[in-house]
Design a protein around this ligand. Structure first.
Ligand SMILES: [Zn+2]
Length: 296
């Protein structure tokens, strides 16, 4: 994205480093992400949009898709692999080759609308996962849970009114992208949190709003939009979650997945910019996904 941009390659290294330091990595199976196909992307984005992104990709230098979102010669492949990871992850959990999958990918996706890149995002990775689950595996009910500090406006744009998808989210409000709080569609369980809200407010939102709606929806697959930028050490925003909150929320949602979805979970990395906090929080999340957490 360019020098000084928070959405930087070191983010993935920070997660990898902490997985090694915590002893988790040897317990995980690893897969390389394939490139998403136009057919897979066109379930979410108009084909003209996909073609426009392909055409915009520079062969040298850097171009800007919006003030926050740039492409260099490697970005198109990264975006195609991030979306391709979503497809492979769904295939792996549906074919019972893995109980749960975490996709350590960049760029993130939840701000990417149907026909508009935005906020570091080019293709909406969780949306590609959800539509793949519906179209390729015949699922009727897919839940998306989004604990990134920013509202997943792109995901909402794609799925509002879609009977196959329930989206549960928390986000700081009012804050970028200034959406989600007013009159959301019935399949959106949005809980705006005020600046300064921390563990207590987050856990109350999950317990009182997310879990009853998820239980009623009975998802056949749960997809996380896993952003870690609500962490108190992350100065991208002003929520104050701690490392343990990410393990806790994953356990709550995992219980839903075990009750209704045969335990099937796919998680896609979204935000998280304070590298040590990102590494620790993602590791808490991954430990629960992998069943490696001691406290259940
Ligand atoms: Zn974010």
């Amino acid at each position: 994205m360019g020098a000084g941009h928070p959405e930087r390659p070191a983010r993935l290294g920070a997660i990898e480093d902490q997985l090694i330091a915590s002893g988790v990595l040897p317990h995980l199976q690893r897969f390389d992400a394939p490139l998403a196909t136009d057919e897979q992307l066109a379930r979410v984005h108009p084909l003209e949009y996909v073609r426009a992104i392909r055409a915009a990709a520079p062969s040298e230098g850097r171009i800007h898709l919006d003030p926050d979102t740039a492409m260099n010669p490697y970005s198109l492949n990264a975006a195609l692999r991030a979306a391709g990871a979503a497809v492979l992850a769904v295939d792996l959990v549906m074919e019972r080759k893995a109980p749960a999958v975490f996709c350590s990918v960049r760029p993130p996706g939840h701000h990417a609308c149907r026909a508009r890149p935005m906020g570091f995002c080019i293709f909406n990775n969780v949306a590609v996962a959800a539509r793949h689950a519906v179209h390729a595996h015949g699922l009727q009910r897919v839940a998306i849970v989004d604990f990134d500090v920013h509202h997943g406006n792109g995901t909402e744009d794609i799925f509002e009114g879609d009977p196959h998808v329930l989206m549960a989210s928390i986000f700081q409000h009012p804050f970028y992208p200034y959406s989600g709080a007013d009159d959301p569609a019935p399949n959106m369980v949005n809980v705006p949190l005020a600046a300064g809200a921390g563990s207590r407010e987050f856990r109350a939102a999950v317990t009182e709003a997310w879990l009853p709606a998820l239980n009623e929806f009975r998802p056949e697959l749960v997809i996380f939009s896993a952003g870690f930028d609500a962490h108190m050490e992350d100065d991208m925003a002003m929520l104050r979650f701690g490392d343990a909150d990410y393990g806790w929320v994953t356990r709550q949602v995992k219980a839903i997945a075990e009750r209704h979805a045969g335990g099937r979970m796919v998680s896609m990395l979204e935000g998280g910019y304070a590298l040590p906090a990102l590494g620790r929080s993602a590791t808490q999340h991954i430990k629960v996904l992998a069943g490696l957490d001691a406290s259940t």
